[in-house]
Design a protein around this ligand. Structure first.
Ligand code: FES
Ligand code: FES
Length: 151
């Protein structure tokens, strides 16, 4: 099988995988990075949301061959050592998570939004399509607003 070399959370990694293996399974099964969650596998639930070159993507539908030489960030790469990212801190302060399954994807989507705009509108927050079957949407919204104010 071919090798693909790319960066994950600042570390250079090489995986031996078929070209059409999704980045999600390369991360989870080949590299043991379990933050990005599997929900649907078809770009609908967004439980797997991570960043590729700083923008939100859903790795369940990105072939590993497409990330050769590029920079992947998962929830594991957000904190700066012991210092949480402001979005992570806001999530804790607002006690957002219920079961937690969707939360890595929710946080990565929120970080990407706040990179694009420092003071998102209600409509821009609404445009985040990550599904939470526990219905934590109100607290997600509050946490995004807190993070925006603190960043
Ligand atoms: S697992 Fe549902 S969008 Fe990736
Ligand atoms: S916290 Fe349970 S799915 Fe979102």
């Amino acid at each position: 099988m071919p090798n693909y070399t790319f960066s994950v959370n600042g570390n250079t990694v090489t995986v031996d995988a078929p070209a059409d293996l999704s980045l999600l399974w390369a991360l989870r099964d080949k590299l043991g990075i379990k933050g990005p969650k599997y929900g649907c596998g078809i770009d609908v639930c967004k439980a797997c949301t991570s960043h590729l070159d700083g923008e939100a993507i859903n790795p369940c539908v990105v072939p590993v061959a497409e990330v050769e030489g590029r920079e992947v960030t998962t929830i594991e790469g957000l904190a700066d050592g012991a210092n949480l990212h402001p979005v992570q801190q806001a999530w804790l302060d607002q006690d957002v998570a219920q079961c937690g399954y969707c939360q890595p994807g929710q946080i990565m989507a929120a970080v990407a939004l706040l990179k694009r705009t420092s003071n998102p509108t209600e409509a821009e927050i609404d445009a985040i399509e990550n599904v939470c079957r526990c219905g934590s949407y109100f607290r997600i919204r509050q946490a995004i607003k807190q993070a925006a104010a603190n960043m």
